[in-house]
Design a protein around this ligand. Structure first.
Ligand code: SME
Length: 156
């Protein structure tokens, strides 16, 4: 993602102005989606620890039936179970995959976390094969870390 630094700055300014994570996450999803033509579906899932499920917070793109995803299921659930980001260059090769749209070819999941404490994730689908490079992941991790700061502040 090209404009990650600018978005991180905006998110911090929103925090300074007193906005809560709900507002920050909506702004982040919209800004990420419009930042790059390869990003066809962008959403944030939040982890519900009691139910061990990811719940869809907000998204831009085609409607999805995957509003709730059990931990361990699909690329999204696996990211939480394994506590690692997922960069899947060709989703058709994945056995543990939940299809949102038949057009999607690659997917990137970046965790919103504080160390081992996982709050959720930014999930991006692309209709291009192998759309995501390491620099996408690095920029998105910076954004996810800023969201995590605010989520943590609200849980104290
Ligand atoms: N593909 C994801 C499901 C979420 S949708 O892409 C919106 C997965 O395999 O977990």
């Amino acid at each position: 993602m090209q404009e990650a630094g600018k978005l991180i700055k905006e998110l911090q300014e929103m925090r300074d102005d007193g906005h809560l994570s709900d507002r920050l996450m909506r702004h982040a999803v919209r800004t990420i989606e419009s930042s790059d033509d390869r990003y066809d579906w962008v959403g944030i899932y939040l982890l519900n620890e009691d139910d061990q499920e990811l719940w869809l917070h907000n998204y831009v793109g085609e409607p999805t039936e995957h509003a709730k995803i059990p931990v361990g299921t699909g690329v999204c659930g696996r990211a939480v179970a394994e506590k690692t980001n997922q960069n899947v260059p060709d989703v058709s090769q994945e056995e543990n995959y939940l299809a949102c749209s038949p057009h999607v070819q690659s997917e990137l999941v970046v965790l919103i976390r504080a160390g081992d404490d996982i709050f959720g994730q930014i999930d991006i689908d692309s209709e291009e094969e192998a759309a995501f490079a390491e620099e996408d992941e690095i920029g998105l991790q910076g954004i996810a870390d800023k969201l995590a700061e605010q989520i943590m502040a609200e849980r104290r």
